[in-house]
Structure formats: C-alpha cells, structure tokens
Ligand binder design. Structure first.
Ligand code: ZN
Length: 239
C-alpha cells in the first residue's frame, strides 16, 4: 500500500471558477475592507460586517462550482488498489468530497464553507439552511439553539487552525511515501511546512504550481504546467 498525501491550495479550484481569496496575493489581502469580513475580531464586533458577510456568502461562486479534472484524478487514485490517499486542503470549497473523496480522508485545514458554526454553543448546521434564512430576510441569522452569532465553519483571520486537524496532517506528512503539493504557493504556515516535513521523513516530494515556491529545492519533481492536465498525468504515472 502506497500512502499518497495531496496538499491542495487555491490553484486546484481556479479551474472550477473559485478565485484565490486567501493567499498572499488573494483578494482578501489586497482589499482591507474585504479582509474585515473574514477577520474574527471585526466579524464578532460589528453587525454591519456580519450583514455584508452573509451577502458575500450568498453570492459566492462556490455553490455553483463543480469539481474539475484535478479533483477527479485525486478521487480516482483513491479508488485504485494499492493506494491510500489522504487529502490535506487549504480550500474550504468541499470540491474534493464532491469529486468522490470520502470525507474522512480529507483534512480541511481552514474548515469548510458548507457548514455554519455557532460562536457561542459551537453547534454546527448546514450553510444551505442558513443562506435560506438570509434569503427569507434575516440579515444576520442567529443560532437556532442559543441565539449566538453564527459564522461559516472556516478559519477566519485571527482564529487558529484546529490543533487536532493539524496534528493529523503532520502525521500524514511524516508517514506518506509520496507528497504532492498542488496549487499552493507554500507560503502560508503551518500548512507549507508539511511539504518540508514530508521530504525530511523520506517522502518523494512533487510540487505542481505555476509559480516557484520556497520548497522547490527540496522537491524531486516540479511541474509548472496547468494543474487540470498535469496533475491527472502525474497521478497516472504513480499507478
Ligand atoms: Zn448556539
């Protein structure tokens, strides 16, 4: 059994029509007003920020997005005998699961946009239901269980990553035989360091990204071609 870890970033989902919001050059970093909508401190303090956040969520391209050939190739490798695949993703779009990756094999470092969580009682429910309430006129729908402030179950700026998810990702990086970083600039820690940890522990490291990354020197293979065609080809060569 070959354990293959896939670390995916925004670049894997751009072919699905989802822009890079979060990266170092992403929209949220270039527009301070937009960044406030996804910064925990502002979100919790200001009902107007929350109202605008719900509008942004309603208009998100995520709800229309379909997995692309790269997501499908990962799920296909997972179905091949002899391979164990684990996805560690910086994306919150849920497209790996929609492509057929079992949810238990996908670690979402930055959470998921498809779920909402109460900031007071931590109860989780579906984003779809929350957006239906917004559609029906609630500008900042409160938690139905306790009245607390709801937010998307993503890791906002100012919030830390779930330590349990991160610990599991570290374990996978140490144990895998192949580590493929795809569509990530490997500039956001601690996610980026997973590539280095994998290489140090003997994994074959491949980096599939249009731009150079700080980990290119450690890589056994660097691919600069478009992800939609190059990732499926690379995964085929493994099998
Ligand atoms: Zn609650």
């Amino acid at each position: 059994m070959t354990l293959v870890a896939i670390l995916s970033g925004a670049g894997i989902s751009t072919d699905s029509g989802i822009p890079d919001y979060r990266g170092p050059d992403g929209l949220w970093r270039r527009d301070p007003e937009a960044e406030k909508l996804v910064t925990y401190e502002y979100y919790m303090a200001d009902p107007e920020i929350r109202r605008r956040s719900w509008v942004m969520r309603r208009e998100s391209t995520t709800w229309r997005a379909e997995p692309n050939s790269a997501h499908h190739a990962v799920a296909e490798l997972n179905r091949k005998p002899g391979f164990a695949v684990r996805v560690i993703t910086q994306n919150v779009d849920g497209l790996h699961q929609l492509a057929g990756m079992p949810a238990r094999k996908v670690l979402e470092l930055h959470g998921t946009a498809r779920t909402v969580v109460c900031t007071r009682c931590q109860v989780r429910s579906s984003m779809k239901d929350a957006l239906a309430r917004v559609e029906a006129g609630e500008e900042d729908p409160p938690c139905l269980a306790c009245g607390g402030i709801l937010k998307s179950a993503t890791v906002m700026f100012g919030q830390r990553l779930d330590p349990a998810v991160l610990a599991e990702a570290m374990g996978i990086a140490k144990a895998c035989e192949v580590f493929i970083a795809v569509g990530t600039s490997l500039q956001v820690q601690p996610a980026a360091s997973l590539a280095g940890i994998a290489a140090e522990h003997g994994a074959r490291l491949a980096i599939v990204n249009a731009e150079p990354t700080p980990y290119d020197e450690l890589a056994d293979e660097i691919v600069r071609e478009p992800i939609g065609t190059s990732l499926p080809a690379l995964l085929k060569r493994l099998a």
